[in-house]
Design a binder for this molecule. Sequence first.
Ligand code: ZN
Length: 148
Amino acid sequence: MVRQFRVGRRHEHVVEIDIDATRDAYNRKEGDGGCSCVWCRNLRAQFEVFVPDPIRMALAEMGVDWRKPGETTSLGGPDAPLHYTVEYAAIGREISDGGQQEWGPTWLCVSRDAQPLTLENAAKPQVKLGFLAFEVPWVLEHKPEFSE
Ligand SMILES: [Zn+2]
């Protein structure tokens, strides 16, 4: 089933998602995906806490498994609180005008960062959706220098 969803802070972006194809791709996706660097492993160690219910529900409606992000990226310095962008691919497309994207902790945005992110084995147009995990504490034993 193909359905339209509104995303964005003010629901200003419209995406059209092939729900069954997306769910099927996530069922076949192995592991939890995403970056395996120590910064991102720190987020994954406490990921449950940083995926709020509205985002879990929105992703689930689209057929996206919130436990399997395609990409996570840490932002922030060694002593500053860590923030992360968390991105998912879904099978579908954006059908709004592509206006400004606004990242936040409680809503999904259409992510248009340069790096391609796709679900493997799904040769169909895909759209990238993301949110921001704010102020994530360090919970792993060893915190590296930020230059790592
Ligand atoms: Zn990483």
